[in-house]
Design a protein around this ligand. Structure first.
Ligand code: BV8
Ligand code: ZN
Length: 275
């Protein structure tokens, strides 16, 4: 779809031209989705990786699913936490972190606004990160609201060895009393992530909005642009007439809004673009 005032021609794939814009930029917004972690072996939400047992993520990542069956939802998140024990940042995360380090030394600004909850940008050394949808490694009390970091593996005894993705695995049906509990009031704890139907933290959306309004270059890496409000951010930047470059294996509903589209693995193209 061509938004008003947008260049109507197809996005460019001229890396040399884009690299020149990277050199001139002073405030860079890097938006990322599951695709930036794909080459680290972290399953994306689409395609085969998008299933756990017989469900898709968006059927389990909801407050309704959690209140109906907290044990099943905790198995899902416990599994995703455990998976991260053996996953590491890939060349795309590293290129982004190295670029931020260089730009900071030159007094310039780079911020990563990620939809991912896997903390791989952090592990790669990125400092200026906004986690739009929270993180796998924080839990929040459903009673008193206490948020705390939790990297325990397993997060609790009852989940030890549970959460295997194969559909033949029976649901663990863990009693709520044995699920992760709040360290302060012993209330039932939940993953500190944003589920479908839940609003994003207002401080998070406000700081993201600041970068959307101030950036002079935007990269959109490994996202299918289907989940809102994150899917609106890059088109909003493009509407300001600021250059947006999309890095993805395929075109997305947002591709035509952007000045550049680099089709291929982020692990290949980001190091080229940001070197
Ligand atoms: C809200 C955390 C309101 C949890 C996530 C109908 C129309 C429009 C909107 C809606 C609608 N019905 C409902 C909505 C709203 C809903 C929404 O957008 N739904 C979608 C499905 C239509 N949004 C919400 O509910 C949001 N909240 O609107 O609240 C409100 C407001 C105020 C007050 C109260 C309520 C909350 C959404 C957040 C949900 N949480 N994650 C968890 O992870 O478990 S979303 C989750 O899915 C991710 O965080 C991410 O955002 C999304 C998946 O998208 P991607 O990251 O893009 O991943 P995906 O697999 O889809 O794509 C990967 C891409 O990478 C692909 O394009 C692929 O080609 C590419 N790729 C793969 N490999 C590579 C690669 N690219 C480069 N290199 C590679 N190697
Ligand atoms: Zn509590």
């Amino acid at each position: 779809k061509i938004l008003p005032g947008m260049a109507a021609e197809r996005p460019s794939s001229d890396m040399a031209a884009f690299r020149q814009e990277v050199k001139d930029a002073k405030h860079v917004l890097i938006l990322s989705g599951a695709g930036v972690s794909a080459e680290s072996g972290v399953p994306t939400f689409r395609g085969a990786g998008g299933y756990w047992r017989k469900w898709q993520a968006q059927q389990l990542a909801t407050p309704e699913a959690f209140s109906e069956n907290p044990s099943l939802v905790w198995e899902f998140y416990h599994h995703r936490r455990e998976v991260m024990n053996s996953k590491h940042p890939n060349a795309a995360h590293k290129a982004i972190a190295d670029y931020e380090e260089r730009m900071t030394k030159e007094g310039k600004n780079v911020v990563v606004v990620t939809q991912n909850i896997d903390e791989l940008h952090k592990k790669a050394g990125s400092k200026n990160i906004i986690e739009l949808h929270g993180t796998l490694f924080k839990i929040r009390c459903t009673v008193c609201g206490e948020v705390c970091e939790n990297r325990d593996s397993p997060i609790c005894e009852a989940l030890h060895g549970k959460g295997e993705p194969d559909p033949s695995n029976p649901d663990a049906a863990i009693p709520a009393a044995e699920l992760p509990r709040c360290g302060k009031c012993n209330g039932l704890a939940r993953p500190h992530v944003v589920w479908f139907g839940e609003g994003l933290d207002k401080d998070v959306t406000q700081s993201a909005a600041g970068h959307i309004d101030l950036c002079d270059l935007c990269l959109m890496v490994g996202t299918s642009s289907v989940v809102y409000p994150a899917a609106m951010y890059a088109p909003q930047v493009a509407l300001r007439g600021v250059t947006v470059a999309e890095f993805n294996l395929e075109s997305t509903p947002a591709t035509d809004c952007f000045k550049y589209h680099f089709e291929g693995p982020a692990g290949t193209f980001l190091p080229q673009a940001l070197a």
